[in-house]
Design a protein around this ligand. Structure first.
Ligand SMILES: [Zn+2]
Length: 622
């Protein structure tokens, strides 16, 4: 038995199994895609009024296809339809089937929308809300990819793809390949690395393992024909025969060409970074002192003067200049930034994080949190049905959008100090946008909501107790307040020290132990109904530590707040550090998975969630 096991060429078998699964999955995904039928809509079809078609440069959508697309969108209630050309070339067809979400015929609310980048049919209403000019010039393929991802926000549960059999596809331009991948949210270097690693693995399997390796290589070779070559296949690439015959060579060439185009795009300072430099230079000319207020001598929570330094750390998130101190109160355990940022400082250090440069990165992170948003919303289930819900610190309204899956009948509004909340309203993710500071707006919101949520919000505010006062003022007796915060008592916060992501300097102003929050709520007439620790855990401790360490060792060479010159050495160091970090991320992700399981089992994560009900204050009861 043992000798049999040791003689099975596991690597080759694993490659073979992986290829087989991948082949079947691609076929299943293609079979699940709706196929337009232009023939049946040649003249009887609905008119394209109320619809707007955007096609990439060089793509010509015929009238029958357009009418069939409109008919399909009308029938299925889609507002955005991405058309996949039936004649899409083999490499892009296979690539698309690899990354297409299972729900692509109608994307799930928080699923990432990907399409073919050829033609996009959008409802006039979406075009209007997204402020797209009706007669703008034809975009490039990568711009259409970006546009689809942006527009999905305006029709989160009414976006899908369909195959347009008659739609032709212009020959792919390999110089744009890296840009296209990036626009689809796929890091080109990762795609290249996995492509080359796959080829190397295959060659290795053939050389070392003989039979099994040859079987794996044969399956790899034939994969295009097996996925796309069946009679009646809705996708019929014109280059299928050639692409299958020369597959290993073409894959190698494609990977190398992508590498070249990716290198060209990333080897110099990006124009969008350079454009920001003068603004940052001007702000930094006088140094960073004005970004800080004087250090305070007592605890903002309990007034004790027993303070000690918990942490000193630079900005490991963006690498902006400055050094930040978290102090801990010996009396109540409150942790807070001291000296804290001034208003100028907040403005400076938040800039280009959630907005501007950082907007797509932030959207990507928030976009993956659908499950966690739904869990937050579901916490209220045992205690009542909310009628009107105000999400404070809502940003682009991601929580409200997801929470509708749990509370379809509830009206969701959002409040934020950033203009992102206006965008949330335009997308329809929040009903009404309240733009400003919660304590300033509270007087106008009294008793308009029976649920108020503050998810990862209080730690960003300057005066969390004033925010709680505002919540107590807005909610009627019986109303619910839901709060989620990073937990400064988490053991990993001590172990990982300055590389623990939830310290999140310089943004987090206050880190509140749950006991303190409970007391503050009781003081304001709230009764705590439920607490969750394991369920609130965010699985990011170890991956975050690798990220912060890599940022510390090798900051972005072209950051607009940096020196502005990137020597060859700095660029090389950056490349080495980030390459060395790749395997660390893999290990860290595994550790995070274990950590998340432990957190759930032991009710001890890096964050906590709390639900409280407003009880009538003594004066109100009387
Ligand atoms: Zn204190």
């Amino acid at each position: 038995m043992t000798s049999f096991l040791t003689h099975v060429p596991w690597a080759a078998v694993a490659v073979l199994a992986g290829l087989a699964v991948g082949t079947l999955r691609s076929r299943r995904r293609m079979a699940a895609l709706p196929v337009l039928d232009p023939a049946s809509h040649a003249d009887s079809a609905p008119s394209p009024d109320g619809w707007h078609l955007i096609s990439a440069r060089g793509v010509d959508v015929d009238d029958a296809t357009l009418r069939a697309a409109v008919a399909h969108a009308d029938r299925t209630g889609l507002q955005i339809l991405d058309l996949i050309p039936g004649r899409l070339d083999t490499e892009r067809a296979l690539g698309l089937l690899r990354v297409l979400d299972r729900s692509a015929s109608r994307y799930g609310r928080t699923a990432e929308a990907r399409g073919a980048g050829h033609a996009l049919l959008i409802a006039e209403d979406v075009r209007h809300r997204a402020e797209i000019e009706p007669d703008s010039a034809a975009p490039e393929t990568e711009e259409l990819h970006t546009l689809l991802r942006r527009l999905k926000a305006y029709a989160p549960d009414a976006t899908g793809v369909a195959i347009a059999p008659a739609l032709a596809s212009p020959a792919p331009d390999s110089a744009r390949r890296a840009a296209e991948l990036r626009a689809q949210g796929l890091p080109p270097n990762l795609v290249i690395a996995s492509q080359l690693a796959g080829l190397a693995l295959l060659v290795g399997a053939v050389v070392v393992d003989g039979g099994w390796g040859i079987a794996a290589a044969a399956l790899y070779w034939l994969q295009p024909a097996l996925v796309l070559g069946a009679p009646g296949s809705p996708l019929r690439p014109a280059d299928l025969t050639r692409a299958t015959a020369a597959r290993p060579l073409l894959s190698l060439v494609a990977a190398l060409r992508t590498a070249v185009s990716s290198h060209r795009a990333s080897s110099g300072p990006l124009p969008e970074l350079d454009a920001l430099r003068p603004g940052y230079d001007a702000e930094l000319k006088a140094g960073t002192d004005r970004f800080f207020e004087p250090r305070r001598l007592d605890c903002p929570w309990c007034g004790s003067a027993d303070l000690s330094v918990r942490l000193r750390v630079p900005d490991l998130l963006q690498g902006k200049p400055g050094r930040f101190t978290l102090e801990e109160c010996g009396m109540c355990g409150h942790v807070f930034q001291n000296p804290r940022l001034s208003l100028d400082g907040l403005d400076f250090y938040y800039r280009d994080f959630y907005e501007g440069l950082g907007v797509s990165g932030a959207a990507q992170v928030f976009g993956t949190m659908g499950r966690s948003y739904r869990a937050r919303a579901a916490m209220l289930k045992p205690y009542g049905t909310p009628t009107a819900w105000l999400d404070v610190g809502t940003g682009h309204g991601h929580f409200c959008d997801s929470a509708r899956d749990i509370w379809p009948g509830t009206h969701f509004d959002g409040l934020d100090m950033s203009a992102a909340v206006r965008e949330a309203e335009a997308r329809g993710w929040v009903g009404t946008a309240h733009h400003g500071q919660f304590p300033d707006l509270a007087a106008g919101l009294v008793h308009r909501y029976d649920a108020v949520s503050m998810y990862h919000y209080l730690e960003h505010t300057r005066e969390p107790l004033t925010e709680l006062d505002a919540a107590a003022a807005v909610l009627p007796p019986g109303g619910h307040l839901l709060i989620e915060l990073p937990d400064p008592e988490s053991r990993l916060g001590r172990i990982l020290g300055s590389h623990w992501l939830p310290w999140f300097q310089p943004q987090h102003q206050h880190l509140i132990p749950i006991g303190n929050l409970r007391q503050a709520l009781a003081d304001r007439g709230f009764t705590v109904l439920a607490e969750e620790h394991g369920a609130a855990h965010q699985s990011c401790d170890f991956v975050g530590a690798v990220l912060l360490t890599a940022n510390r060792l090798a900051p972005h060479p072209y950051a607009p707040w940096g020196p502005g010159t990137a020597t060859r050495t700095r660029r090389a160091v950056r490349r080495v550090v980030h390459t060395a970090a790749l395997p660390c991320y893999v290990v860290a992700a595994a550790l995070d998975a274990v950590r998340a399981a432990v957190a759930r089992a032991t009710e001890g994560g890096n964050a906590y969630r709390l639900l409280a009900r407003r009880t009538p204050a003594a004066s109100e009861a009387a």
